[in-house]
Design a protein around this ligand. Sequence first.
Ligand code: GDP
Ligand code: IMO
Ligand code: MG
Length: 423
Amino acid sequence: MPGTCVVGLQWGDEAKGKLVDILTESHEIVVRYQGGANAGHTVVSGGETWKLSLIPSGILRDDVTCVVTGGVVLDPANVIGEIDGLEARGVRVAGKLLFSDRAHVVFPWHMAEDKTLDGSVSDGEAIGTTGRGIGPCYRDKVGRSLAIRLGDLYRNDFKQKFDHVASIKQQLVGELDAAAIYEQYMAYAERLRPLVADTTAYLLDAVEASKPVLFEGAQGALLDIDHGTFPYVTSSNSSGVGVSSGSGVPGRWINRVIGVVKAYSTRVGGGPMPTEQDNAIGEHLRQRGREYGTVTQRPRRCGWFDAVAARYTARLSGADELAVMLLDVLGGLDELKICSAYRIGGQRVTQFPAHVDDLRNAEPEFETLPGWKEELSNVRSEADLPEAARRYIARIGELLGRPVSIVSVGPDREETIRCGGGA
Ligand code: GDP
Ligand code: IMO
Ligand code: MG
């Protein structure tokens, strides 16, 4: 059976990039199926660090084909910059990368709209987007009449479509140099032409031929547009439910879902985060975990592991197993806390609330576990972990109702522990 999916179960940045890089060893195709240049995935190998945004983390391996599907919103300038950056560092991209002709194209007006609208959620807290035009581009996709897909750029009537959209956008966002944007996007289109394909057909052929395909989620399930902490979410289905709609590959082909969690919680941007530690603990996690945004460099909000939230997203994403990342970051703390229930309006709640105000009012109920002092980065087997670290990951597995198959103890590929015969 061909399909494995890696999906973040928190608010993004769970170290999906590292995990995907490891798993590509046993996959031929790696697929990005939603999101856009809001993602920042880090891979560290042999002392070198790679930051990937739109291009799947599989690109670093020579025998892997990377596919960016129609569920993605594609910023051509960004993606060309990424390709150039990879090639300049000796990574072969030609012949290894495909972009869907169905992917929606991000234009400068989307970035302008993102900047203007981000501060305006009615309750006064900004979403704090990455400013990459993600929401406005998805809005145009759903609205249809102002949408431009990658395949449109190669049609004879593209100029007419462009002029129509640009004239309306001009009224919405103010002065635009439409002629210059058109010329620029025509140049991008020429550059990307050899990479554009019907990726739906490509992937259906691949899964039907039993090729091993790895789906790389972007963001995390709590940022899912339908199932996350709305409206403080991104504009795509970033939980496991997005794989099929984004890629065109039916769920029956995905036989293994790995839910990725950090050993604690982080969040970038606005919205409630019940276990946030705006104190010395949060600062400890931020410093040891180098918790600064990959895309925007914003300090990430840090807090204890939230098992109420992660159990919800593990179920929502159909996670079969868990990868617990950045466990090393917890070292040095006397005791550790895991949130196993909320108190909302005097009631004990273990179900993740649907309304953002209920989540805002949620007070976490914590379990306390012993910490450890040892550095974990040289540990390579579960048996060699300190007892307290073993207990901590076992408790996460128990609360989420899934086995932990991978534990990560450092950013490098090698700093990884495979547990109980998993992965
Ligand atoms: P992604 O968006 O889910 O791919 O995650 P990011 O790359 O945005 O953030 C994860 C960060 O943690 C990156 O800087 C990684 O290099 C780093 N990282 C990954 N695994 C580990 C780990 O086990 N320990 C530590 N200390 N850092 C890690
Ligand atoms: P990766 O793939 C963490 C957050 C933004 C903001 C909200 C909406 O690296 O895990 P958007 O620009 O998408 O409209 O912003 O979502 N966000 C992320 N947070 N990791 C990400 O991606 C994110 N992509 C978007 O900070 O709160
Ligand atoms: Mg990231």
